[in-house]
Design a protein around this ligand. Sequence first.
Ligand SMILES: O=c1[nH]cnc2cc3nc(NCCN4CCOCC4)[nH]c3cc12
Length: 382
Amino acid sequence: NLTSAGNGVAQPAFAFATSAIDGRARTGLITTAHGQIRTPAFMPVGTAATVKAMYPAQVKQLGADVVLGNTYHLMLRPGAERVARLGGLHQFMNWPHPILTDSGGFQLMSLSKLRKITEKGVTFQSHIDGARYELTPERSIEIQGLLGADIQMQLDECVRMPCAREEADRAMQLSLRWAERSKAAFGALPGQGLFGIVQGADVPELRVESARKLIDIGFHGYAVGGLAVGEPQDVMLAMLDVVTPILPADRPRYLMGVGTPDDLVESVRRGVDMFDCVMPTRAGRHGLAYTRHGKVNLKNARHAEDTRPLDEASPCEASSAWSRAYLHHLVKSGEILGMMLLTWNNLAYYQELMAGMRAAIAAGRLDDFIAETKDGWARGEA
Ligand SMILES: O=c1[nH]cnc2cc3nc(NCCN4CCOCC4)[nH]c3cc12
C-alpha cells in the first residue's frame, strides 16, 4: 500500500501487521515514512533531539528502530518552526529512521510553571526563560508536524495516582474531546500515524469507556496513558488486563513511560507492543547498570577492585571491554566516559531484552524466556 507524496516518490502508507502470537503477546512490524519498527519495541528517549551520551548510529546499531522526541522541550528550544526550517527532526539530529514525538502535555505538567488547563488547552510558562505559551490539541499536532514525526500523539491530560474518581473521569473526558480535535487537526502525510491515548486512572469502567470511545474516533495506534505515575506495578498490570483485550488487535499498543526490565516483560506478556522510558539512559548517567544478572550500582565501593566487566558474555563492548573497577572510578570521578559507557550498556541490554522477547514470541516460548530472564536477575552476579 504505497501512496505518492506528491513528489512522485512512492511513500509507504502507515501500517501495522502482526506475525507471531504467543498468548496475548505478539510480534509485529510498523511501517512508517522513515522505515519499519519491529515490535515489541523499546524506544530510547531522545528528549532534546539527542539520546543523551549516545551517537545516533550507535543507538541504531544496538537495535533501536525508533526514538522518542519530546515536544515540550523542542517547542521551547530550538522551536518547532526553526527545526522545520532546518529540514525537520530527522535531518536535524541525523536520525534517518522512525521518530515518535509526544504531545508535550505530560512534560509541561511536571516541568513548566504557572500552568492552567482549560477546555481549549494548556497555558504555561517556560521553565527555561519564563516565556508564556499555549498548547492546544491543534498546536501540538502542528508542532509535531513541523518536527516531522512519523508517529504523533494526541494532547491529553494525565492525572497522577492516587486520584479521586471524579478527577479521573473529568481528565479522561477532556482527553477524549482533545482526541477528536487532535485527529481533526492531524494532516496524515504518507507514512505518518496518529495515536490516541487511553486514560481513566485505576478505574476499570473509565478505562473501558476511554478505550471504546477512542476506537470509535479511530486512530492508527492506541497508547495506554495515565500509568507509571506512582501506582504500584500490580495496579498498572491490572489496568493492562482491562485495556489491551479491548484494543483492536491490528493496531499497535503503546504503554507510555514504561519502564523497568520487569515492567517490560510483564507488559509484553499482556499484549503491549511499544515502550519508552528514560530509565536506561538516566540511570546510566547516575552510575546504574542494567544487566542480565540484574542491576549493578557502580557507585558502590565493592566494585573498586573488581576486574570483571559488567557482562563478559555480552556482544556489547561497553558491557565486556571495561572492568567494574574502571567504571566505578569513572562514576566516582564524574567522568563523561562513565555516563557514555553505562548509557551504552543499558540501552544495549534493553534492546537485547526486546530482541529476546521478539524471538521467544516467534518460537512460542515467551513464558519460558521470561522465567529464564527473571531467574538471571534473581541469581545476580554470575
Ligand atoms: O498519560 C500519559 N500521556 C502522555 N504522556 C505520558 C507519559 C508518561 N510517562 C509516564 N511515566 C514516566 C515514569 N518515568 C519512569 C522513570 O523515571 C522518570 C519517570 N507515565 C506517562 C503517562 C503519559
